[in-house]
Ligand binder design. Structure first.
Ligand code: GAR
Length: 200
């Protein structure tokens, strides 16, 4: 099945979903990429409203089952070929890493390998960067492997930190970068992926 079918993408998100929204907008009417599922671990997450506004099905997940089987059967039911993590809080279980080799990407709001690892999520990252008086921060888009924030890097973009920077102002700058670069980086990876065998 080389290069002929739609690539069905699942976005995994836990919260506000501003990246998920940008990705959905970017790929609306795309020639071969379809955002087919939103996977979420929080029934009150704003990303669920975004999914509903865009008519995208939602899979609400629970921790023990996710750890155990990664909801693989549900992903297969939706014919998911590729997974995008966009502010997703839980570690991806090995069952999914094995089933989707080179087909799961993540965005991290810092310049990995700095400020990565367990507990380094969202504002915790920006608090640490600002309190260490770093001169730069940025974003890292990378493939996902079995370790937190560890897989091969696809793209990094830097941003300068102002003298009076706060974690909140840094978070805004980082979001601007993320919204610009994440959809493009995903498209680049999927262009390459389109010429390989599909994972389902
Ligand atoms: C984003 O800044 C993303 O980089 C970060 O969570 C935020 C989600 O924002 N992810 C991590 O920290 C992963 N370790 P969003 O819900 O508005 O897209």
């Amino acid at each position: 099945m080389k290069g002929s079918k739609t690539i069905n993408v699942a976005i995994f998100a836990s919260g506000k979903g501003s990246n998920a929204k940008k990705i959905i907008e970017y790929f609306a009417n795309h020639s071969f990429v379809k955002i087919s599922l939103i996977v979420c671990n929080n029934s009150r997450a704003v990303v669920l409203e975004i999914a509903s506004e865009n008519g995208i099905p939602v899979l609400l997940i629970e921790k023990n089952q996710f750890k155990e089987n990664g909801y693989l059967a549900s992903l297969q039911k939706h014919k998911i070929n590729f997974i995008v993590l966009a502010g997703f809080l839980w570690k991806i279980p090995v069952v999914l890493i094995d089933k989707y080799p080179g087909s799961i990407v993540n965005i991290h709001p810092a310049l990995l390998p700095d400020y990565g690892g367990k507990g380094m999520y969202g504002m915790a990252v920006h608090n640490a960067v600002v309190s260490n008086k770093e001169k730069f921060s940025g974003i890292t888009i990378h493939f996902v492997d079995e370790k937190y924030d560890h897989g091969k890097i696809i793209l990094q973009e830097k941003v300068a930190i102002a003298g009076d920077e706060t974690p909140e102002s840094l978070a805004e700058k980082i979001h601007v970068l993320e919204h610009k670069w994440y959809p493009r980086a995903i498209e680049k990876v999927l262009n390459e992926y389109a010429n390989t065998e599909r994972v389902v």
